[in-house]
Write a protein that binds this ligand. Structure first.
Ligand SMILES: [Zn+2]
Length: 316
């Protein structure tokens, strides 16, 4: 059984692991172009399985830079306790990978229900494939990794453990991480821990409510150039309230993910139902658009216009 990345996922993963030309084998996070990455996609796009795959790779896979290949080197799973038989022969000039000596991963979300989405996808991914050779037991609460490593699940309640010696932190639904629910502080604490270890993070989220100043919003608008931001937004002149436009928006959002495209009718039905009660939330969740909670935050197109202007002035 393989987890096969569709091109849209592959692009995000490849960007996250892009190595700097100046990288040296002693470096951890600093070997990479991006310290962390942000993925903004619609509900049902399939973020949870992707996060789970990241966790597997970061747990036991060759995710650290080991140096540039000269030719003839290879990565053999069998040398890392895995029986899958996978061998990769590096081409001259390619970056080589090595696993973390001791990985500590915190799957993080605002509520336990939310961490369950990722954790629920993660356990069978390990148990039902060759990863089970390397990671022999997946528990309800945490997963032990080789060499004293660990995958655990945390929310803001885990105050004493937060950010301690972490090597990788997937932060899920940062669009609802705010000051009010203490998640802004969680993000800050974890980033401090990551900086100490040379670890890295990914944020995955729906589009956010711009009146909430969420972690997702702050990340997206920050001036940091070592954060990869991947936010594929439908054209702003398609209107969510127009049913024909709405279908175009959904087709645009799920174009790259065949499993959702095949179920577009039910996604459309769910989006329609949510729209009756909370059109703004429906447009955020399924439209993948930044929309304020109670109706119009600013005239349509103004936000996109300002953003385009900011990009233009930066590159000028
Ligand atoms: Zn293997």
């Amino acid at each position: 059984m393989f987890f096969e990345l569709v091109p849209e996922q592959l692009q995000f993963v490849a960007n996250h692991y892009m190595v700097r030309d100046s990288a040296t084998p002693m470096q951890r996070a600093d070997a990479f172009v991006y310290r962390r990455s942000q993925l903004v996609r619609a509900q049902k796009w399939g973020k949870s399985p992707l996060i789970a795959a990241f966790v597997c790779a970061e747990g036991v896979g060759p995710v650290l830079f080991k140096g540039w290949a000269e030719g003839g080197e290879s990565y053999r799973c069998s040398e890392h306790g895995c029986g899958c038989g996978w061998v990769y022969e590096y081409l001259p000039g390619e970056p080589m990978g090595r696993p973390w000596p001791t990985a500590l991963i915190q799957v993080t979300a605002t509520t336990e229900d939310q961490t369950d989405n990722t954790y629920g996808a993660l356990r069978p991914m390990i148990d039902k494939g060759p990863l089970g050779d390397v990671i022999t037991r997946t528990g309800e609460e945490f997963i032990r990794l080789p060499n004293g490593g660990k995958i655990e699940v945390v929310t803001s309640k885990a105050t004493s453990r937060l950010g301690q010696r972490v090597t990788f932190v997937p932060q899920d639904e940062t669009g609802i991480w705010t000051e009010t629910n203490s998640m802004v502080k969680v993000a800050r604490t974890q980033r401090r821990g990551l900086a100490g270890m040379g670890g890295r993070a990914i944020e995955t989220t729906n589009a956010w409510d711009p009146s909430e100043n969420s972690v997702a919003q702050q990340t997206f608008l920050s001036r940091a150039d070592d954060v990869a931001r991947d936010f594929r937004q439908p054209p702003s002149d398609w209107r969510w309230t127009n049913l024909r436009d709405r279908r175009k928006i959904l087709q645009f959002n799920y174009a790259g993910v065949p499993w959702s495209l095949a179920n577009l009718a039910s996604i459309e039905a769910e989006a329609g139902e949510l729209s009756e009660n909370d059109p703004a939330e429906a447009e955020r969740f399924f439209g993948n658009r930044i929309v304020a909670g109670g109706g119009a935050w600013m005239p349509r197109g103004r936000w996109e216009g300002a953003w385009a202007g900011a990009v233009a002035s930066e590159s000028a």
